[in-house]
Design a protein around this ligand. Structure first.
Ligand code: IPE
Ligand code: IPE
Ligand code: MG
Length: 238
């Protein structure tokens, strides 16, 4: 379908609290849903799916909650290879690997390498990801790559030094759990992304919700700062 979709998977904690469960149960359920959505997106022939798994700000949570999420990530990374092979899914990462527990960082590097040859959908795991952090790291990479020579920082230089410069900007960014904010997700890349907010909590999401979000997106007119007449043939507004 030629689309890049990003998802801010929010509401795991609220889902658990509403059931009198501990927050971590919400994350466990959230992981199950994430797997279903990856399959649904792959079946819909989405090209790129970026999942916001853990932000650079999520370290503020208790050691228990952070540890539990990292445990789920380990489990997920170790168990998905067959699924990826069957569905031709390539896994990639965005975020700061150097500040993740070393075993998690290694598991991510391994799964990225082991799925590199798969040519179906690419799933980008945003893990220890912050939009501002990515831009700062991009600028630093640009500056250190010049061997002391002065360079001008411009938009192309920054875009070329992001974590995955070959991946197109997201077309659609979905956020669940009814929050109307970006929470440091893909700040640079989302300049002209369309937004879709779902009131449902992430553990209540399903493939049907994804299909509905895409259908809604397809009715939008993207103007990129231009105007409708630019795409209406034969109409002159000189
Ligand atoms: C999203 O669910 C998962 C992560 C941020 C890791 P939350 O844990 O933020 O759930 P709420 O927002 O507290 O309900
Ligand atoms: C954004 O959700 C991060 C992820 C979904 C991984 P948060 O729950 O951390 O965002 P805020 O705190 O509500 O802005
Ligand atoms: Mg939240």
């Amino acid at each position: 379908m030629g689309l890049h979709i990003g998802i801010i998977m929010d509401g795991n904690g609220r889902w658990a609290q509403a059931r009198g469960l501990v927050r971590t149960q919400g994350h466990r359920e959230g992981l199950k849903v994430a797997k279903q959505i990856v399959k649904a997106a792959s079946d819909l022939k989405i090209d790129f799916l970026t999942l916001y798994v853990f932000s650079t700000e999520n370290w503020k949570r208790t050691a228990d909650e952070v540890g539990f999420i990292m445990g789920l990530v380990r489990q997920y990374l170790k168990s998905e290879f067959n699924f990826c092979r069957e569905n031709h899914i390539r896994v990639r990462h965005t975020g700061d690997l150097s500040r993740l527990p070393t075993d998690v960082a290694k598991d991510i590097a391994d799964v990225c390498r082991d799925t590199e040859m798969f040519t179906g959908m690419q799933v980008i795991l945003a893990l220890n990801y912050g939009g501002r952090d990515e831009i700062v790291r991009a600028v630093n990479r640009a500056l250190t790559g010049t061997a002391g020579k002065e360079i001008d920082i411009n938009e192309t230089v920054i875009a070329d030094h992001l974590d995955n410069p070959d991946i197109p900007d997201p077309d659609l960014i979905i956020r669940t759990a009814g929050e109307y904010r970006i929470s440091n997700f893909l700040l640079w890349e989302s300049a002209y992304s369309e937004y879709y907010i779902s009131e449902k909590l992430w553990p209540d999401w399903s493939g049907a919700d994804l299909a509905e979000a895409i259908e809604n997106f397809q009715k939008r007119e993207r103007r990129y700062g231009g105007a409708s007449y630019l795409s209406a043939p034969g109409v002159s507004h000189e």
